[in-house]
Every structure is written in structure tokens, then in C-alpha cells.
Ligand binder design. Structure first.
Ligand SMILES: Nc1ncnc2c1ncn2[C@@H]1O[C@H](COP(=O)(O)OP(=O)(O)OP(=O)(O)O)[C@@H](O)[C@H]1O
Ligand SMILES: [Mg+2]
Length: 289
């Protein structure tokens, strides 16, 4: 077993990401079964941190790459550098065939994290289908076939439907075990405020959590916002409010400032209605302070 059952708890307890025990357990179980996993969910809820923490706790080191819209098979599998076509022999010799990160990971026996998988078009990943389902990676131009180690771990993270992201092809999606990372429970986020900003008053903490809850509802149930406030956003608001309190600035100013800042993050900044909705919510919650 790659991750012994008696290590589950230790890994969960040593994570800075709180309230995601279920995600950890599911991920570690599927990793033990040898499947690649895909952590997906809203922004800022700990997907990358969870993936890194699991990988950090394994004996084998790992490579990481962040996908982007111009990514192709070249970065992932390998290929000829554009300058290999240069008329200058020296330049051409210098920029020959380069192995991509997936090929290098398998060659050097490293695990792999592909962060933000849906930032790249699915076509960039078409050459790893066999690897994902049968553990084989063919390097066409090298006339070489690589086989993944038995205990090789591959984790990807993604936001589905985020602005600027690609839709995952179903062929790629079904080769992963998708594990949803949602926002943690309110009491967990309340504890995070205490941990990261112990000087924040109870009322302000409560308004920050209300702001998160309401924006998430507006996103999920009404589709009025492109996303809700992330756990990361909660921590940022709390730390800002704590700092202002230390500087002697009143709670109302601090909270409304922080809410306006995070409002821009979560609203569609090109849509006045969207911005107005968050701002109205921020003002309503400020009035209750
Ligand atoms: N449940 C949580 N417990 C503690 N901290 C959290 C939690 N969720 C998010 N955070 C904080 O949010 C920060 C961002 O997390 P991370 O980058 O892992 O999220 P993500 O889901 O990968 O975001 P993105 O979708 O933007 O890539 C972390 O550094 C951590 O401080
Ligand atoms: Mg991330």
C-alpha cells in the first residue's frame, strides 16, 4: 500500500487546509488503488494545497506544471524546439528535441502534479490517454515507450467552468477520478479566522462569514455571481480587518473596505449589475455592525 491506512490521520492533521478530511481520505484511497485523481471545485478552496500536501508526504519526489492556454504536447510529452528548424546549424543543434514534463517525470521516477488542468485545451493532453488508462507513454519521435512505475502518483487540479478555462473532454475526464473540493463548514472557517486573525472581533468575524455564505448562495442558487467568496478570501478579509483594528480604525470601515476588495474578485468586473449586487450586500452587512 502506497499510503498505509495508519498514516491517513497524520497526513490530514499536518495539513494547513482544514475541514477537508473527506477529500483527503477519498484522494488517498484512490491513490492507493493506483488511479490518477482530479481535484476540482471553486477557486481558493485548497485544491492545490491538498495535492501538494499529499505529494509532499510520499517518498518519491514530484514535478509540477501549471497548465496554460498556449500549452501543447510539446511542454507535456516533448517535441522539437521551434529553433531546431533554424538555418544556423549551431542554433539548430542547441535546440533539438526536448522531453516534456510528463516524459521526464516517468524517466526520472518522479510523481506529477498538473495544476489548473482546464487552463489548457484538452488537445494538449491527448497523448497521455494511454498513460492514464494503461500506464504506457509512447514517445513517437524518440521511438520509445515508457512504462510508469507501479506506485506512480499523478494528481491534477481544475476549476470547471471558470472564466478563461477550457471544457474538459469527456475522454480525458473519465481517465481521472474526479474529487470535488467544496467550501468547508462555517465552524471550520470561523476557526480559520481565529487562527489567522485572532484580533478580529466576534461581530466582524460573523459578518465576514455571512458575506461568504451569501455570495456563495448567490453564485450557486441564483447564478447571479460567477463565484462565491473563497476560504482564501475569508482569510484575507479577516487579516485586513485585524490590521485596521490595530491601527484604531473602526470595524465598519474595515469590513466594508475588505468586502469591496473581495467583491471585485468575485464579481464579474465587466458587469455593473454583478458589481452592484456584491456592493449592496457589503453595505447591508456593514450596516449591521
Ligand atoms: N480549508 C482551508 N483551510 C485552511 N486554509 C485554506 C482552506 N482553503 C483555502 N485555504 C487558504 O487558501 C489558500 C489558497 O489555497 P489553494 O491555492 O490551495 O486553493 P485552490 O483551490 O488551488 O485555488 P485556485 O482554484 O485559485 O487554484 C491557501 O494558501 C490557504 O491559505
Ligand atoms: Mg490551485
Amino acid at each position: 500500500m502506497l499510503i498505509e491506512e495508519n498514516r491517513y490521520l497524520k497526513i490530514i492533521e499536518t495539513s494547513k487546509i482544514k475541514g477537508q478530511e473527506d477529500v483527503y481520505l477519498k484522494s488517498m484511497r484512490y491513490i492507493n488503488l493506483g488511479y490518477p485523481i482530479l481535484l476540482f471545485g471553486p477557486p481558493g478552496c485548497g485544491k492545490t494545497s491538498i495535492a501538494r500536501h499529499i505529494l509532499d508526504s510520499l517518498d518519491r519526489e514530484y514535478f509540477t506544471i501549471e497548465a496554460n492556454e498556449s500549452m501543447t504536447e510539446y511542454q507535456l510529452i516533448g517535441g522539437f524546439h521551434p529553433l531546431s528548424m533554424s538555418a544556423s546549424k549551431e542554433v539548430a543543434d542547441e535546440f533539438m528535441y526536448k522531453d516534456g514534463i510528463v516524459a521526464r517525470a516517468i524517466m526520472h521516477g518522479k510523481n506529477l502534479l498538473i495544476d489548473e488542468l482546464t487552463r489548457a485545451p484538452s488537445s494538449a493532453f491527448s497523448s497521455i490517454f494511454l498513460l492514464l488508462s494503461h500506464g504506457i507513454l509512447t514517445l513517437e519521435h524518440r521511438e520509445m515507450v515508457l512504462r510508469k512505475p507501479d506506485d506512480w502518483v499523478f494528481i491534477a487540479t481544475a476549476n470547471f467552468g471558470d472564466v478563461g478555462s477550457f471544457k474538459l473532454s469527456s475522454a480525458l475526464k473519465r481517465r481521472f477520478i474526479p474529487i470535488y473540493v467544496s467550501y468547508p463548514k462555517r465552524y471550520v472557517e470561523e476557526a480559520l479566522i481565529r487562527e489567522y486573525a485572532p484580533g478580529v472581533g466576534e461581530k466582524v468575524a460573523s459578518r465576514i462569514l455571512d458575506f461568504a455564505e451569501e455570495t456563495r448562495r448567490m453564485w450557486k442558487e441564483e447564478g447571479a455571481l460567477p463565484q462565491g467568496l473563497s476560504t482564501d478570501g475569508i482569510i484575507k478579509m479577516a487579516r485586513y480587518c485585524e490590521l485596521l483594528a490595530r491601527e484604531g480604525i473602526d470595524d465598519r470601515t474595515a469590513f466594508s473596505d475588505a468586502a469591496f476588495h473581495q467583491g471585485v474578485v468575485i464579481a464579474d468586473e465587466t458587469d455593473q449589475v454583478s458589481i452592484q449586487l456584491v456592493n449592496e450586500l457589503a453595505l447591508r452587512l456593514t450596516a449591521g455592525l
